[in-house]
Design a binder for this molecule. Structure first.
Ligand SMILES: *[C@@H]1O[C@H](CO)[C@@H](O)[C@H](O)[C@H]1NC(C)=O
Ligand SMILES: *[C@@H]1O[C@H](CO)[C@@H](O)[C@H](O)[C@H]1NC(C)=O
Length: 184
């Protein structure tokens, strides 16, 4: 009798435990059929802006955290303004925050790990993330957009970068960006 009682308690215990784990795993991951989860229209957005890499002067936006021999491994953190026009005083539409680094000895190609965080209109607060190779001496460099937040959730796409101005004296550069992103 006592044994029966305990075995009943034990099976209730097992049922509760397994119910607990089933609930947990159901919360941990859920799958949706694509149709119900996402709006059916995929949008393509084109963004155009200028990226200001300010190295010289009193107020730089680039901070070198390591300078390697012959530039190999040279790494900088940046918080660069993104503007509507090419001039430094032009309206700010966002900031480029992240880092770049020179992994190569041969062609100067930056590894870019940068978030573009936008401040303008409906994109205020939204970000896109770039992770790519930027061979800075080439006329047009293409880099992948690997994701985004806010308006740019689920985004993927590419960026085309072209140097608009370069000051060889202090290294300041203005780079024109055309970004094409698909998102929902
Ligand atoms: C870039 O964005 C990602 C995803 O939102 C975040 O995890 C990361 O900390 C951001 N990095 C910088 C430098 O802002
Ligand atoms: C962007 O959003 C921030 C925070 O909500 C706000 O302070 C700022 O005024 C907004 N900027 C523009 C241009 O709407």
């Amino acid at each position: 009798m006592a044994f029966h009682f305990f075995s009943n308690i034990f099976s209730i215990y097992l049922i509760l435990i397994s119910a607990f784990f089933i609930t947990i795993s159901a919360k941990f991951s859920e799958q949706f059929a694509q149709m119900e989860a996402m709006p059916s229209v995929n949008k393509m957005t084109h963004l155009h802006f200028y990226f200001h890499d300010i190295i010289g002067g009193k107020n730089p936006s680039v901070y070198y955290i390591f300078r390697g021999k012959n530039n190999v491994g040279t790494t900088a953190m940046i918080d660069d303004p993104l503007t509507e026009g090419t001039e430094h005083g032009s309206k700010i539409v966002g900031r480029a925050q992240g880092m770049y680094s020179f992994p190569t000895k041969t062609e100067p190609a930056l590894l870019m790990v940068i978030n573009f965080s936008f401040l303008e209109g409906i994109y205020n607060g939204s970000t896109i993330s770039i992770l790519g190779r930027n061979p800075v001496l080439q006329k047009v460099r293409e880099m992948p957009i690997v994701g985004g937040t806010g308006m740019f959730r689920f985004s993927h796409g590419y960026a085309l970068a072209k140097t608009a101005h370069f000051n060889p004296k202090n290294g300041d550069a203005v780079v024109e960006y055309d970004v094409y992103v698909m998102h929902f």
